[in-house]
Design a protein around this ligand. Structure first.
Ligand SMILES: N[C@@H](CCC(=O)N[C@@H](CS)C(=O)NCC(=O)O)C(=O)O
Length: 205
């Protein structure tokens, strides 16, 4: 299988982390996408992902799968190792809920702030910026930090007792927040301690 992505970007990091957690990085061929020159908006790439984003997984039968949560579902069910998406009905539902919260409350909000209220990827790519909308999302990111600081005061990981896809999404959200220079306030000690713990995982080395 192939993964079209850009090394070092927050969403591609999610999938690379999932593969690393499964010890499966060597099972995939990474194909770099020239996002800075808008390759992801070309007709050829839009066939792979109409949302014009990376990463995209291409299976050996030619199926394209985009959206990190869907790609990680595929990875989780394909490779052995720890479960990233849960096994029981309750685990799967809670992980899915918490990963979606991490996505919209932190990661997507930080991405929107970065693209709309900062220089983002530069003037050639950041067309139709809406600064007010971007700045509103920065407030949402701060609310997300507060929420997850509380969550992580009650449990060691985002979806409970074990590391899952929800932790991957929140971690990537903090990376995206860094891109936009949105720092986690120092009083959010649970969130900061969790971040240090995740940073220490072999999958991030
Ligand atoms: N919801 C998508 C987000 C994908 C996404 O936005 N990726 C970013 C890279 S971190 C991208 O391709 N950005 C290109 C752009 O903003 O033009 C996912 O889960 O994969």
């Amino acid at each position: 299988m192939k993964i079209y992505d850009v090394e070092g970007f927050p969403n591609p990091l999610r999938v690379r982390m999932a593969l690393a957690e499964k010890n499966a990085l060597d099972q995939v061929t990474f194909v770099p996408v020239d996002v800075m020159n808008a390759e992801h908006r070309s007709d050829a790439f839009l066939v792979k992902n109409p949302a014009a984003g990376v990463p995209v997984l291409e299976l050996d039968d030619g199926t394209y799968i985009s959206e990190c949560s869907a790609i990680i579902e595929y990875i989780d069910h394909t490779f052995a190792g720890i479960s990233l998406t849960g096994t029981s009905a309750k685990e799967r539902a809670v992980i899915s809920m918490m990963q979606r919260r991490a996505e919209f409350m932190v990661l997507d909000a930080a991405a929107t702030y970065f693209h709309h209220a900062t220089d983002g990827l530069g003037p050639d790519l950041e067309i139709d910026q809406n600064k007010a909308w971007g700045n509103k999302q920065a407030k949402n990111v701060l609310a997300g930090f507060k929420y997850f600081n509380t969550v992580l005061g009650n449990a060691p990981y985002v979806a409970g007792d074990v590391f899952t896809m929800a932790d991957i999404t929140l971690f990537a959200g903090l990376v995206f927040a860094d891109f936009g220079k949105l720092t986690v306030p120092s009083q959010y000690t649970n969130l900061l301690a969790w971040r240090a713990k995740i940073q220490d995982r072999p999958s991030l080395k």
